[in-house]
Design a protein around this ligand. Sequence first.
Ligand code: ZN
Ligand code: FE
Length: 761
Amino acid sequence: MKRLITKEKSSKRRYFVKIFGVVQGVGYRPYVYNQAIIFNIKGFVSNHGSSLVIDIEGECKDIKGFLIKIIKTPPSLAVIKKVKVTSKDYIGSKEFHIKSSSSDKNEIKFIAADVATCPDCIRDIFDETNPRYQYVFTNCTSCGPRYSIIKSLPYDRINTIMETFKMCPVCNKEYSDPTNRRFHAQPNCCPSCGPSLKVLTSYGEDLLKCNPIIDTINYIKQGKIVGIKGLGGFHLSCDAKNEKSIEILRNRKNRPHKPLAIMVKDIETAKRLCFISEEEEKVLLSNKRPIVLLRKKDSNILPKSIAPNLNKIGIMLPYTPLHYLLFQNNISHLVMTSGNMSGESIQYKNDKAIKYLGNIVDYFLIHNREINISVEDSVVKLVNGEEIVVRRARGYTPFAINIKAKHNILALGAEQKSTFSLSQNGYAYISQYLGDLKDFDSYNTYKKAIRNLMDLLDFKPNIIAYDLHPYYLSSKYGDNQIGKKVLIQHHHAHMVSCMVEHNLSKQVIGVVFDGTGLGNDGKIWGGEFLVGNKKDFIRVGHFKYVAIQGGDKAIKQPWRIALSYLHSIKYESNNILKAIDEDKINMVKQALDNNINCYETSSIGRLFDCVAALLNIRHEITYDAQGAIELENIMDVSIKEDYDYLIKEINGVHQIYYEDILLGILKDIDKGVRTSNISTKFHNTIGNLTIDLVNKLSKKYGIKDIVLSGGVFGNEYLLTYILNELNKKDFNVYYNKQIPTNDSGISLGQLAIANSIEGNE
Ligand code: ZN
Ligand code: FE
């Protein structure tokens, strides 16, 4: 007996466990508490800085079981980055408790992203007997707002915009009860103590409606447009089946063609509209709830004007209680487009929304839970069964990735599809998508988002990284910051954004296909083959320069681009660009002859614009890359032919001559070949010449790692064409997945480059 007791004593241990990652505000402490009770573990759990610390004592086998449980199956929202376990002297604690939070300035900080409403909370809002029946601000530790409401860390109620709502005794009891799923759910509230909804007229007059949701549904059924305040900002909403409403919305928003995202009632409704793979379904239903780009079925459920000339539509499922409640009384499809004028940033404050969206909407459905920082809906698609992030925002940001950064760097991104990144304690944080900075309001939102994240992380940069282009507003912002300035070439940043994602550090061949970016020679690049690493690069190949007339105007009017290309190959034909006024054509020709307002570019994006215009697909565009996108959408993928091209090595740099490609296209146009065939042949040609040049460069430089990046790789056909061919030839091919291939990925690339340059890597 005596021996047994001694054995029992000696098998007791004490350990100190520290868990790093997204571990706060996700229900981890109550989970640990409950498991400690089950496994008979004594000690405490606490938030420390942004990590979780657990001091545990118990039998060896219990500790083992407990640790496996809490680390292998953490709460669904937790993201564990690192676990540290240290042994301590046994002190014989008598109970297990949750200790209050403590702060730590010097450790890695993780900020939780906003999360879609969980199944338990959905059950609550549809249960007539539940106090939260139909209550749209229902949440728990597994769901609800996070990043959009956090004002400072640690993530406690007092540091969120919910501090203004004092919890009622019932909510407070839930909040303080470790066994309750709302234990320390920071935005916890109920109808008697939390925020509430209101219906306003377009000019902000309170209609004093007692059931704002039912009234909103009625307005939508009547064909009205309603500005709905959501989680990260306002949506402009109308019935997605009502063609007239869509037309009015497009007119008022000044958005004639750009596809409109829709939200549908449930996954079954989505399946009637689109082909949905198992992987796509999983992403649609994930608690990040992004907009997923899905291939349309041939049905007449929705009018074509939702996404004109496109084979895919952007669909999302409800992600807040309010959304779930809107799908009543036969409402099953809602347009849910960002609450802004085309090109502006999303509105997220009640007063400003009324000011700026008042002439778009008929009514507003607003609430008094403030949004601290705006976060738009994320957009993703699936390629080869894997998620590709097109727009990284709600649910996906802020995103932290360990890049072992040695400095505190602020990287400011590009100008369109802007994001910023910053590094602290080795980690890089990437901001949400912040739109096009040229718009004054977007620029202000961008500046506010930078300040906000810097405050949250208590961050001061010593290095500022930004684009070489002096006129980007992000560059001008960078000029005015305090710290060492590092200027970075746009396409190098694209390449490195992909290298960071795939943890590549050796030399790679970078194929960067893009719209525009300033090159080291002062010309506009965009069809680039680079050899380099994170620190620097050489330009080893590019599309031959062409002089484009018309400056910024040309981007909006691809017929000018087509004319510029035709001029460069001295092609005279009156059959081409017939739809354009002859006087205008002559003016551009004269300007080209005299080199007035022309710029030289190697951009492949411009070549796509040119072909779209030559094929009469798009002479003028109303959204970014519309010509190229529509060109991809008309393709007939059964066509395997291509056009001739020429690659010449001049002074060690390979130049791709586009002449033969254009002449081939023009000949086909003359012969009356279908535009869908021409488009496919053009895509195949770009694919083939890329593979050809990669082969040449690989032999020359002895490199097998190929990185594909830049906005043009948003073109799925081109990406998979090149990928499949290169994979057959034992190359290691990498492309952007979680870090957008478009300009939203630039800031992370800049950050990694600045870190390499300054770190003497
Ligand atoms: Zn919940
Ligand atoms: Fe770019």
